[in-house]
Write a protein that binds this ligand. Sequence first.
Ligand code: SAM
Ligand code: SF4
Length: 347
Amino acid sequence: MNQHSALVDNYRRRFTYLRLSVTDVCNFRCNYCLPDGYLPDDKKSNASSCASSTGFDSLDSSNGFLSLTEIAALVKAFALSGTKKIRLTGGEATLRKDLPDIIRLCKSTPGIEQVALTSNGYRITHQLPELVDAGLDQLNLSADSLNPSTFALITGHDKLREVMAGLDLALGLGLTKVKLNVVLLRENNFDEFADFVEFVRHKPISLRFIELMQTTDNVDFFRRQHVSGQALQTYLEQNDWLQVLAEPNAGPAIEYTHPEYDGKIGLIMPYSKDFCSSCNRLRVSAEGNLHLCLFAEEGISLRPYLLNESASQLAERIQVLLLGKKATHELHEGLTGATKHLAMLGG
Ligand code: SAM
Ligand code: SF4
């Protein structure tokens, strides 16, 4: 099968990075994302009871999510179109019992160079060795506070210690990149900025501060808690942190290093000017809907074609759909598209 030309949109952006959600179910209740916990729509009520009754590792395609065969077809088509990196996300991807198989199939697809996972890390130390064995290259964990009680207040779970142990284990297992996501919250963690910076002094991870994004479900929360990353950027630049050039397939974070720190600091500022001009990622939901933007008006279902079209036909279909991608999101106008919360798509 011939390699297709790379996915390119009308604004000459090239898309080499796929974020694939494998479930929208989550077991956490982050105050900015799922403050009331995961609430299923009708078709997935089974998925919710699975996640809450057994607690972990209970989901698979019988809950309505893409099956291994469907994921294999999707990944093959993206790889054929030049996708090099796949990030598995959710909801909480580690709730899928077949996650090691999903990683293995992504990693063994010709063209895919890096497989990454984003997880809340609630039992990552138990799962990580098997995931790395299956081919996982990179891990992002999330911790919005270094204080256990604030962490529990934000997420609904007293799991900070597990997440921290997960970071160390990931470094010990030799993953090529280990990151920690921190969503900036005016009332909950903005005053911890200096502690977070200090945290990376002896930890060779990349810590990303992410500006809170508005979604359909968090409008009031967003108004209260959104804070710009601009002040942090100024702090870093005035304190000898140096901006580094983005690597190929890297995300939109502006990343800084400092000679006295082992770790890096990244800023993800979706409300800043030109944020979308370097967009290089496409998203597919756990049910197979292609989202051209995190805040697109709708997802476009690829599912009917996954098992009925060749990888080549599917790749052509995706390229045609990509021409509908807009130049920027419309968050500044308060337009959040179809995105109720980021657990729907994985951020
Ligand atoms: N459950 C996993 C986790 O929390 O790491 C993966 C899915 S979560 C949607 C991916 C990332 O998006 C997390 O780091 C989370 O903190 C972040 N996130 C969720 N909602 C957000 C929002 N409204 N604005 C900014 N970041 C958000
Ligand atoms: Fe779950 Fe992640 Fe959303 Fe928190 S941010 S509720 S862990 S999907």
